[in-house]
Design a protein around this ligand. Structure first.
Ligand code: TIU
Length: 222
């Protein structure tokens, strides 16, 4: 199928493509989590949820593979380097007890994916200790085993975990598409700059498109 995209149309075949939803967790989207702890206005991120839901629903209906990621650390923080935990001056550090449980710790209420985008049986859920989805996870091997060559990205935040993951994927040989209205940043100008830089130079990292363009491309497959 072909999706109208920047810098030119994005071609992919559903059987070899995965929808990758980065870190749509309460820790980033709701008050009282890691995002707010860092001093951010988390209300900005909620706005993309309906567009993400529409794409997720269409992708599931078409029978495409879905991958959800969570930025999550082990309870003993053995996978959280001091450089990450001690950086800056957050209200609560990673591992501290906040209003939604321990900040960015696997299994805690705040670490869960928001109910509107919760994974269903058969979908892949990856806990990642870094910003990128490929660092210290088995994601590349899992995707290779499934014959996946193309990745469609949504999620938060655009210039941190989404951009890092898309760059990691591009270096591993995947053709990557970012859905512009299904990703958000705490800093709108960072999102705008990220979208521009990803598809500049003839798609140096990949493509970007609106969710409407992808939904139009998916329509005949459903
Ligand atoms: N702080 C920020 O913008 N993002 C993160 O810490 N993690 C993700 O982007 N998931």
């Amino acid at each position: 199928m072909q999706t109208a995209a920047q810098p030119f149309p994005y071609e992919c075949d559903l059987a070899h493509s995965a929808l990758v939803i980065i870190d749509m967790q309460r820790d980033f989207i709701e008050p009282g989590g890691f995002g707010e702890s860092l001093g951010n206005n988390v209300a900005l991120l909620e706005a993309i949820v309906p567009a993400c839901q529409a794409v997720l629903h269409a992708w599931r209906t078409a029978g495409g593979l879905v991958v959800h990621t969570r930025e999550a650390h082990a309870a003993d923080l053995s996978d959280c380097p001091p450089a990450k935990r001690l950086r800056g001056n957050p209200t609560w550090r990673i591992g501290d007890v906040g209003p939604m449980g321990r900040i960015l710790v696997a299994g805690e209420p705040g670490n869960q994916i928001i109910p509107a985008l919760a994974p269903i049986e058969g979908e892949i859920v990856i806990d990642k200790p870094g910003k990128g989805a490929f660092y210290a996870t088995g994601l590349h091997e899992t995707l290779q085993q499934a014959g996946i060559t193309h990745l469609v990205f949504m999620g938060v935040t655009t210039e941190v975990c989404v951009q890092t993951s898309m760059r990691e994927a591009n270096d591993r040989g995947y053709d990557c598409l970012l859905l512009e209205d299904c990703t958000e940043s705490y800093f709108p100008h960072f999102k705008a700059a990220t979208v521009e830089m990803l598809h500049a130079q003839g798609g140096i990292i990949g493509w970007t498109a609106t969710s409407g363009s992808l939904l139009a491309a998916l329509a005949p497959t459903r």
